[in-house]
Design a protein around this ligand. Structure first.
Ligand SMILES: Cc1cc2nc3c(=O)[nH]c(=O)nc-3n(C[C@H](O)[C@H](O)[C@H](O)COP(=O)(O)OP(=O)(O)OC[C@H]3O[C@@H](n4cnc5c(N)ncnc54)[C@H](O)[C@@H]3O)c2cc1C
Length: 429
C-alpha cells in the first residue's frame, strides 16, 4: 500500500515548479478553484469542454436551486468580483440555474485574473503522469501530471501540470435506469422515448410532454421537480398525465417538508399534495428490468414481471462519476459510493444529510497519487447530498495545500443548513 505524504510538499523537480495547476471543469467549483489560485498568485489553466462557463448548470438553467444566494458564492470569488464593481445578489433570494450563471458564474469567468486562463471547448479525455503508467513508482511524485486534451479543432495534445484539481462534476454521467445498475434490456429500441433528468417541461420541451403520459423514474428532488411541472402542464394541456415510478415501497423520502432549505421542503410538500389528490399517480416497488416498444410508447417490465405502460420516460435516477479518465492514476475510492476513501464515511447518504457533512479538505481529498484531487459534485461519487458550500471549502483547502500553506489547508470550517430530506438515502437533487 502507498502511504500518503501529508507534509508540505518540498519539490525536488525544478520543472514541476514551473508548471501551472490544471483545473478540469469551469462549473461553480472549478471556477472557485480558479479564484483561490488567482488570489494566491499560483499559475493555472482551466479546461472546460463546453463553449461557455458552467456548461452543465446551463442545461438545468430553468430549474430553481434550493439554496439562497448566501450559500452560493465562494469567498475568494466574492473578493475578486468585488474589485470589479460586481453587485452581489440579495442573500435570501433563491436563483434559478440560469441566474446562477448570468449573475455570478459568467462575471467570475470574465474576471481579468481568470478569463485568459480558461480553455473552452477543450475536453480532458484522460489524466496520467508524464512517461509513467499506473504501475511505475520510481520518481513518480516528481513527474508532472499530464492531461490528454481534445481541443476545439478536434486535435489532441498532452498538457503537463504541477497538480490537477478535477472539478468535472457528474452531470454528463447519469445513473442507469435499470435497477441492476445497467441499462434495462431493450433500451436501444425505445431510446427516443427516454429523456434525461430535468427536462424543461413548461418551456423548451413543452410540446414533447403535452397530451402525453410521462413516467418519471427516481426518488430524488430532480424527479419531484419534473413531476410538479408535469402536473402543472396537465392543467393546461388536456391528456397530459404524470406517473412517479420508484423502486422502494414508499415515496416518503422526498415528500417530507422537514428541511431547512425552504425551497426543497416546499418541493416535497407540493409533490405530496399532488400524490394525495391523484394528480400524480405512484407506482412503487418497481425494479426496472426491461423496456419494449408499444406503438408510440414503452412497456416497462419489472424484475418481478409486473408491467407498466407509458408514452415517455424521464430518467431521474441520479448521477455517477466518470472514472474512466482516471484509469492511469492511483486513485483511492470508496467501493460503495465511489467518493475518495477518506471522504466517503463523512458523506454516506445512509448516515448523513446534506447538512450534517463534517468539514473536510485536502486530507480527505488526497489520493495515493501525489498532486491529484477530485472536488465538487464529483467528489461525492454517487452520493446525492453535495452542496456548493462544501465544494468551496474543499477547493479553499486544496489550493492552500498546493500553494504550500499547510496551516490554512488544515483549518477546515464549514456550517451547512440542516436538512431532513436526504437523511436516509434520499436525494438532494
Ligand atoms: C437541479 C439541481 C439543483 C441543485 N441545487 C443546488 C442548490 O440549491 N444548492 C447547492 O449547493 N447545490 C445544488 N446542486 C448541486 C451542485 O451544487 C451542482 O450540481 C453544481 O453544479 C456542482 O458544481 P460542480 O462545479 O462540482 O460541477 P458542474 O456544475 O457539473 O460543472 C462541471 C463542469 O465540468 C465540465 N466538464 C465535465 N467533464 C469534463 C471534461 N472531461 N473535460 C473538460 N470539462 C469537463 C462540464 O462541462 C461543467 O462545466 C444542484 C444540482 C442540480 C442538478
Amino acid at each position: 500500500m502507498t502511504l500518503l505524504d501529508l507534509t508540505p510538499r518540498v519539490r525536488t523537480s525544478p520543472r514541476l515548479d514551473t508548471l501551472p495547476v490544471a483545473v478540469i471543469g469551469a462549473g461553480p467549483v472549478g471556477l472557485a478553484a480558479a479564484a483561490h489560485l488567482a488570489r494566491r498568485g499560483v499559475a493555472f489553466d482551466v479546461f472546460e469542454r463546453g463553449a461557455t462557463p458552467a456548461a452543465a448548470v446551463r442545461e438545468w438553467g430553468h430549474t430553481r436551486l434550493f439554496s439562497p444566494w448566501e450559500h452560493l458564492v465562494d469567498d475568494a470569488a466574492r473578493e475578486l468580483l468585488t474589485e470589479t464593481g460586481w453587485r452581489e445578489p440579495p442573500a435570501h433570494v433563491v436563483p434559478t440555474g440560469a441566474a446562477l450563471v448570468s449573475d455570478y458564474l459568467e462575471p467570475l469567468a470574465a474576471h481579468p485574473a481568470i478569463a485568459g486562463r480558461i480553455r473552452y471547448g477543450t475536453e480532458v479525455a484522460a489524466v496520467t503522469r508524464e512517461g509513467m503508467d499506473r504501475t511505475r513508482t520510481a520518481g513518480r511524485a516528481d513527474a508532472p501530471l499530464a492531461l490528454r486534451v481534445t481541443r476545439p479543432d478536434g486535435t489532441s495534445a498532452d498538457v503537463a501540470s504541477r497538480a490537477v484539481v478535477d472539478a468535472s462534476g457528474t452531470w454528463a454521467n447519469p445513473s442507469a435506469l435499470g435497477s441492476s445498475g445497467l441499462a434495462p434490456l431493450g433500451l436501444d429500441a425505445v431510446a427516443d422515448r427516454v429523456l434525461p433528468a430535468l427536462p424543461d417541461v413548461l418551456g423548451r420541451d413543452r410540446d414533447r410532454f403535452a397530451g402525453r403520459h410521462t413516467t418519471v423514474v427516481g426518488a430524488g428532488h430532480s424527479a419531484a421537480g419534473t413531476l410538479i411541472a408535469l402536473a402543472t402542464l396537465a392543467r393546461l394541456e388536456p391528456g397530459t398525465r404524470a406517473t412517479w415510478l420508484i423502486r422502494s415501497s414508499s415515496a416518503k423520502r422526498v415528500t417530507t417538508a422537514d428541511d431547512e432549505l425552504e425551497g426543497r421542503g416546499a418541493l416535497g410538500s407540493r409533490l405530496e399534495g399532488l400524490v394525495a389528490t391523484g394528480r400524480v399517480a405512484v407506482v412503487d416497488s418497481f425494479e426496472i428490468a426491461a423496456l419494449d416498444p408499444t406503438g408510440d410508447g414503452v412497456r416497462m417490465t419489472s424484475t418481478r414481471g409486473a408491467a407498466h405502460e407509458t408514452d415517455l420516460i424521464v430518467s431521474a435516477t441520479g448521477f455517477r462519476p466518470d472514472l474512466s479518465m482516471l484509469r492511469e492514476l492511483r486513485v483511492e475510492l470508496d467501493d460503495v459510493v465511489e467518493a475518495p476513501k477518506r471522504l466517503a464515511p463523512l458523506i454516506d447518504p445512509n448516515e448523513h444529510s446534506c447538512g450534517t457533512v463534517e468539514p473536510h479538505g485536502y486530507r480527505e481529498l488526497s489520493h495515493p497519487e501525489p498532486g491529484f484531487y477530485i472536488v465538487g459534485m464529483k467528489s461525492y461519487g454517487r452520493a446525492p447530498t453535495f452542496l456548493l458550500r462544501t465544494g468551496y471549502e474543499q477547493v479553499r483547502s486544496v489550493v492552500a495545500w498546493i500553494a504550500g500553506d499547510a496551516a490554512a489547508a488544515g483549518r477546515v470550517e464549514l456550517a451547512l443548513p440542516a436538512t431532513g430530506v436526504c437523511d436516509v438515502g434520499g436525494g438532494c437533487c
